[in-house]
Structure formats: structure tokens, C-alpha cells
Design a binder for this molecule. Structure first.
Ligand code: SF4
Length: 317
């Protein structure tokens, strides 16, 4: 049995290498995931082996509701080792409206076949309209109905991006947009919010699930604690200026360009996210570093309750 597993993960590594992901890169990714999930670093190699051996391919259905496809874009355009390669190699993506080659009946056939088999991972991108079934459909049927059907046979449901988690920007409109957890009674949903989704959080959560066969610990908003335990403010690189009472008030004043963005609308004090401690695009940047105040996209309040985005009416305490 042990011998079979060894052969299986060796084959898995070979497959990853054929797609340009070295064993070293994969181990690095697993190590970062272990750090995020506060796992013993010794588990990194076990995680890599378990995930690589899982290349019998866990089926995955990716449904897109009301959204801009930004979460898929974020995932497919991100840094080394490309998370989309990890996804495509670790999992069998049976349905994804943006990337699948099949269309029409063939695509729907694949979706239905996967539903019949069951035990797949279901990922939702985009919000679910509840005001009128015509706002979003799959195969001519209301999205709400089709998503519930898919969720009923899923092994785990993961909502990616603010829209899928809590309704996001579409919630401010007239479609009655909600997130997955609002319509799935009794089903545990893992929420990975931000606008768009941060790829390492999705890949890390999947690696955790594939290697431990259980969902990670979640906070009260259904987010993996590993990525949403602290506020942006806790490790913001502008924090020293905040403590000194140095606030940027005029965008045109270069002397204050690095100062705290609180009065330009930064919501970082109330926003739980690891953006400021583990930057985007493999550590290249995050909103605050590029000069933009945090809009709070990983919180359920985003965005109408955080509006206006570029102002903070309350005086700093
Ligand atoms: Fe806190 Fe935002 Fe100021 Fe950073 S920019 S110190 S997160 S209030």
C-alpha cells in the first residue's frame, strides 16, 4: 500500500514537472501554506506528497454568477508557480465557463455528468441574484436553483471573492444579490473574500483540504483563520505614521505620500486580511503600498456599508 502511494505521488510530481512546476516550487508553496495554517513545517513534505498523490484528480465545478470574472483573471494571471497550473494538475476542472474548451450542450453535459457522480469540489465566483430568476441562468434555469442543485452533491463548497461570499458590489444593485452562505442552509461554506480573490489563499485552502481531507478552521464570517486572523492595520507599512498622527490629506503633496491614508478612506482598522503581511503577486505589492486606501473588500460590509470609499467621516480615535 505504502509502495503504491509512493508511486502515485512520484507520478504526481512528474505531471507537475511536465507543466513547468518543479518539485522545489511545489514544496515552497506547501511550506507557505503550512505557515499560513500554523501547521508544523514538517507537514509541508507530507502535504506535498498527499496533494501530488491526489492526482487521481478530484473533480471540481466552478460556477460563475453575477461577477466580472476578475477572480478567475486574478487566479489565471498570478505569479510563479502559477496557481492555475496547480489547480489544473491537482484537480480535474470539469466545468468552468471561462476556460473550458467545450461550449453549449457539451459543456452542460460535462456539468450534469459530474453532478451525477457527486463528491466534487464546488467553487462559486460571483453573487447569486434572488430578486428575479432571469437575472442569471445556467442552461436556461435560474442560477439560484442550479447552484443549490450543484451544492447538494458537493463534497465542499468554496466561495471565492467578495461577490460569492457576501454579495459584494452587486449587492448594492437591484438584483437581490447574495453570497453562497445566504442560500445554503446547513451547508458549511468556506468564504475566501477580497475583490478579486487572492490566489494563494484559494490554492492554500485547496492544498490543506486535499492533504488533510478536512476544511480549515474558519472565523465567524466563514473565512479561513489562516488568512483573516489579523487586521490590515496591524501590519500596515504606514502604521508608524498613523501612530505619529501623520495623515495624508492632500494627494498632491509629495511630502506626505507615504503617510497614513485614514482620512482618504482607509478602512484597514476594521478589515481582517493578510494583505499587508503577505503582499499580492508573490510579495510585489498591496493596495496601501501602491497608494490606494483599503476599501475593505474582505469584509462582509463591502462595499455599500464602507461607502464613501475615499473618505472617512469619523475622526481617528
Ligand atoms: Fe491603518 Fe490604513 Fe493608516 Fe495603514 S493606511 S496605518 S491600515 S489606517
Amino acid at each position: 500500500m505504502k509502495k503504491d502511494q509512493e508511486i502515485s505521488h512520484e507520478k504526481g510530481y512528474e505531471r507537475l514537472e511536465r507543466r513547468g512546476i518543479s518539485r522545489r516550487d511545489f514544496l515552497k508553496l506547501c511550506t507557505l501554506s503550512c505557515i499560513a495554517f500554523s501547521l508544523d513545517l514538517g507537514f509541508a513534505s507530507k502535504m506535498a506528497e498527499a496533494a501530488a498523490a491526489n492526482l487521481t484528480k478530484k473533480p471540481l465545478i466552478w460556477m460563475q454568477g453575477q461577477g466580472c470574472t476578475g477572480c478567475s483573471e486574478s487566479l489565471f494571471s498570478s505569479a510563479d508557480p502559477e496557481p492555475e497550473q496547480i489547480l489544473l494538475d491537482l484537480l480535474s476542472v470539469r466545468f468552468h465557463p471561462t476556460i473550458m474548451a467545450a461550449a453549449g450542450d457539451q459543456a452542460i453535459g460535462s456539468w450534469e455528468h459530474c453532478l451525477e457522480e457527486g463528491n466534487y469540489l464546488l467553487v462559486l465566483e460571483g453573487s447569486i441574484p434572488t430578486a428575479d430568476p432571469r437575472f442569471c441562468t445556467v442552461e436556461g434555469r435560474p442560477f439560484l436553483e442550479q447552484f443549490k442543485k450543484a451544492a447538494s452533491k458537493a463534497e465542499a463548497v468554496i466561495a471565492v471573492g467578495s461577490c460569492a461570499c457576501y454579495g459584494g458590489i452587486p449587492r448594492a444593485g437591484f438584483t437581490g444579490a447574495v453570497g453562497a452562505q445566504d442560500i445554503l442552509n446547513g451547508v458549511k461554506v468556506v468564504n475566501i473574500p477580497s475583490c478579486p480573490v487572492k490566489p494563494d489563499r484559494l490554492v492554500g485552502t485547496l492544498l490543506y483540504y486535499l492533504s488533510k481531507n478536512q476544511l480549515p478552521r474558519l472565523d465567524k464570517h466563514g473565512r479561513p483563520l489562516a488568512y483573516y486572523r489579523w487586521t490590515l492595520h496591524d501590519s500596515c507599512h504606514r502604521r508608524l505614521h498613523y501612530e505619529r498622527g501623520e495623515f495624508l490629506r492632500d494627494w498632491n503633496d509629495p511630502k506626505t505620500a507615504d503617510w497614513c491614508l485614514y482620512y482618504k478612506g482607509c478602512k484597514g482598522k476594521e478589515v481582517f486580511t493578510n494583505c499587508s503581511s503577505y503582499w499580492w503577486n508573490d510579495g510585489v505589492n498591496y493596495c496601501g503600498y501602491s497608494g490606494s486606501p483599503c476599501a475593505g473588500c474582505s469584509q462582509p460590509e463591502f462595499y455599500e456599508q464602507f461607502s464613501p470609499l475615499f473618505d472617512n467621516p469619523k475622526e481617528v480615535k
